[in-house]
Design a protein. Structure first.
Length: 74
């Protein structure tokens, strides 16, 4: 079993997760992206000040953060 694992080699270079990336006009410091989350904490469909605190805690300089998913209503 060890011989099989040693024989298997990857020829393509992996893309490092923490390297810079250019996305259109945006220069990202790394390739980590925070996906949209559904927190359901807005009143009258307006984000509240607590959202600034929440996303500030999760943001990193030069990172991509996609805020708030949309909930389907009746």
């Amino acid at each position: 079993f060890i011989g099989i694992m040693e024989a298997a080699t990857i020829t393509a270079d992996p893309i490092p997760l923490l390297t810079p990336y250019k996305m259109g006009n945006f220069n990202l410091a790394h390739r980590v992206v925070l996906a949209p989350l559904t927190r359901m904490r807005s009143y009258n469909n307006v984000p509240q000040p607590i959202a600034i605190n929440y996303y500030s805690q999760r943001a990193s300089k030069g990172g991509l953060l996609i805020a708030e998913a949309t909930d389907v209503s009746d």
